[in-house]
Design a protein around this ligand. Structure first.
Ligand code: GAP
Length: 513
């Protein structure tokens, strides 16, 4: 099966094995809101644990916080979210469906133009074999050049319309490119309008607009408003970072692609405070470091790429996305943003409090610049689910296997007695009890066939399954089966903790990074 075709299978697998459920499903669900089931919560916790370890635990100049979701409403005035956190929306008058105008254009570039270039390159690679020089081909092939020119032209108009906030030009571009409603094929478009993505609610019992507050649309502002508190209490010197994992909320209009775009989601963000002028060096460093983190956890290099923002946000002087190739296409997984001193200066102005750092080397005060790394936990989860999902033929049957990195696997070890009785469950339960304090371990009795128990572990990504059989009673050894290779080896019961520790050590994941 082609990778591009697996997405519906990943979604049904996620439900069938308790990874992800639609929120409030018994009431027909709530669009773009999801719940994580027993396996999902373990995978999600493991991803966030590895992020936290890579940040405040392994880097001495990074500290963590956990700030509140509800913040003073002036925060969002200062950050620019009240005035500018908008999506340009367009309605199709025939299908009555609503779309993000910018996404329609981005999808046009990706699906109509970039895909054609990839096709030409793939064809030529087949034709020329080992002698193929891709860079040269891209530079000289007339058809590729035509598509490149078209991309540049579309992007030029797109960026100009966004930068000048010209919604009429944005609509005109959609009309000129003959972009059709992806569902109905109709080209009967409305005007483009701006729509603010923040969820508004009321603080306390009053309902006048003075008590309007927002659910945070990003965790970053909780870090900025705590800059002084953290700097004064943690004895850190610039450059240092503040890391946070938490929920963010956006009233996404176009909610698609399962947990890729949600209305309630988790972000893992780190704001790195720096001396002005050093931000580009830091940008290059974190851009590479964050991609290496994704790779260390098993996302392959060929499914990751950088994407430079065409239109920079009002606060940024550089911004790249790390994109992952989901089955539907390459899409943003993480943002690396050089945010200058915009946020701290804005909070300084709106709060009237001096937010500055005294640099003992330069002997001067300044507002630090900020380099941000911002990754969606749910998007990382989805990337790993898609990347790990595998179907293969084994003895004439289809085996579904989640080839997750062992440190991410929801269950690390399964322990089985081969059958019920003959003293085997007692030995297996003893091994299970030895392991469960250190690893998420699963015990299952011997009533079902061992083959079916292995298959269930493959489907949730359990890397090691241990079976106690009749010989165990005489030789004190068990069989350990490895998920991906299905190879089995016999080891002594006393050797199990070392066997598992060596393979699940987080040190081996990060040491080479
Ligand atoms: N503080 C910067 C910031 O919030 P962003 O690019 O809007 O930047 C950062 O978001 C990351 O958060 C994205 O790369 C993505 O992984 C995740 N994210 C954003 N919106 C999301 C949504 N609606 N659903 C799931 N994840 C989302």
């Amino acid at each position: 099966m082609q990778y591009q075709d697996i997405f519906p299978k990943v979604i049904s697998h996620a439900k069938e094995y308790g990874f992800v459920f639609q929120s409030s499903e018994i009431y027909d669900g709530l669009s773009a809101v999801y719940d994580y089931g027993p396996m999902g919560v373990e995978l999600k916790n493991n991803i966030q644990d590895t992020w936290w370890r890579a940040m405040p635990q392994l880097l001495e100049n990074i500290v963590g916080i956990d700030s509140a979701i509800l913040m003073h409403p002036t925060t969002w005035k200062a950050s620019g979210h009240v005035d500018a956190f908008n999506d340009p929306l367009i309605d199709n008058k025939d299908s009555k469906k609503r779309y993000r105008a910018d996404v329609l254009i981005e999808d046009y570039i990706a699906n109509k133009l970039e895909k054609k270039i990839t096709k030409e390159v793939t064809k030529a690679r087949k034709r020329f074999g080992d002698d193929f020089d891709e860079a040269m081909f891209r530079q000289t092939n007339p058809r590729v050049q035509k598509y490149v020119q078209k991309i540049e032209e579309v992007q030029g108009r797109f960026v100009a319309a966004l930068e000048s906030d010209n919604l009429d030009d944005l609509r005109q571009l959609i009309v000129d490119l003959e972009i059709a409603d992806p569902e109905s094929g109709s080209r009967n478009w409305s005007e483009v309008r701006q729509f603010n993505l923040m969820f508004k609610t009321q603080l306390g019992a009053t309902t006048d607009s003075a008590s309007d507050i927002y659910l945070r649309p990003e965790t970053a502002q909780g870090i900025f408003v705590n800059f002084l508190n953290v700097y004064k209490t943690s004895r850190q010197k610039v450059p240092f970072g503040i890391a946070q994992i938490g929920k963010a909320f956006r009233n996404e209009i176009v909610a698609r692609q399962f947990i890729f775009r949600m209305r309630e989601f988790h972000q893992m963000e780190m704001q790195y405070f720096l001396r002005p002028g050093t931000e580009m060096e830091s940008f290059a460093y974190w851009r590479a470091k964050r991609k290496a983190w994704h790779q260390a956890l098993g996302l392959p290099a060929e499914r990751l790429r950088y994407h430079t923002h065409e239109k920079l946000a009002h606060y940024a002087n550089a911004a790249d996305d790390i994109q992952f190739e989901y089955p539907f296409c390459f899409k943003e997984l993480e943002g690396i943003h050089s945010r200058t001193d915009f946020d701290l200066k804005q909070h300084q102005e709106f709060s009237g409090k001096k937010i500055q750092y005294y640099d003992p080397e330069l002997k001067e005060n300044y507002v630090p610049y900020v380099l941000e790394t911002s990754v969606g936990l749910d998007r990382t989860f989805l990337a790993h689910m898609c990347n790990a999902y595998t179907e293969e033929e084994v003895n004439g049957q289809t085996r579904t296997d989640l080839k997750l990195h062992p440190v991410l696997a929801p269950v690390k070890v399964a322990v089985f007695p081969l059958i019920e009785g003959d003293g085997l469950p007692e030995i297996a339960l003893d091994i299970f009890t030895q392991l469960k304090y250190d690893y998420r371990t699963h015990y299952e009795d011997g009533r079902d066939s061992i083959g079916r128990r292995y298959r269930r572990m493959d489907a949730i990504g359990t890397p090691y399954s241990i079976t106690v059989d009749h010989d165990t009673k005489s030789d004190g050894a068990v069989t350990i089966r490895e998920r991906d290779t299905m190879q089995q080896e016999r080891i002594q019961i006393e050797a199990i903790p070392d066997y598992v520790r060596e393979r699940l050590s987080i040190r081996t994941v990060f040491e080479g990074m």
